[in-house]
Design a protein around this ligand. Sequence first.
Ligand code: PAF
Length: 283
Amino acid sequence: MKIYHSIKDIQRDILAQKARGLSIGFVPTMGALHRGHLSLLERSVKENDISICSIFVNPIQFNHKQDLEKYPRSPEEDCKKLDNAGCDIVFAPSAGEMYPEEVKEHYDFGQIERVMEGEHRPGHFNGVAVVVKRLFDICMPHKAYFGEKDFQQLAIIKALVEQQNMSVEIMGCPIIREGDGLAMSSRNVRLSPEERSIAPAIFKTLNQIQQKAGQEPLQETIRKAKAYLNSLPGMKVEYIQITDEQSLMPVESWDDANQIRAFIALFLGDVRLIDNLKIIYGL
Ligand code: PAF
């Protein structure tokens, strides 16, 4: 496995691979890799000749300095995991390499960036779009892999690719969960043992929403879900929303529901966690 820190070096290698007609799969990450990330890489390895993984904790997508400082980092372990999983190339640039000058790009993705994460984390999606666009320009992948845990991010990236007429194919991949249902996230390592034991309540609540779909007014389901999670020690719900999967606009009643998904964002202590579940109406 080759590890590059400079844009010039990785581009020289990728251009040579492309000249040989090889297909490139790309998994962008911020490191602190877990089985969720590795499942993306495994899929890339299956579907492409060459798989690239980037490790870059992107400072411009954090809207709280503390969150950036506390973001877990484990570059050596990450590289071992990637090597074992069949990664061919790691791209681990510095912030100076990615952002030699002040970032001036401003993207507008309309409504999908103004709800949920966009509403609660101002500037977050612009930071994601800027770095993903630059990483795509550098790595020139045929396919790029993103987890559905960040479902709204996935929608933003699909919109970015369309807006910018990029030729990369965006592959959404299922959420990988711990045995007790907690969605895998790099932030999970920051939970105390007590918080970790409470965290599966998030997925339990998403399943309760699924069970209640169509059985009681939708707003009542959301109210009860919020009340339950807020009653648990250290939990503070930021939002619970049930939205159309395409527009990401909240649905008002189960009768408006077509393709819908339930989303939860909350703080457990000072760790912010998100999760979501496709809701099959009528189950
Ligand atoms: O999902 C992530 O880890 C990040 O948002 C991404 C896509 C690597 C951009 O920094």
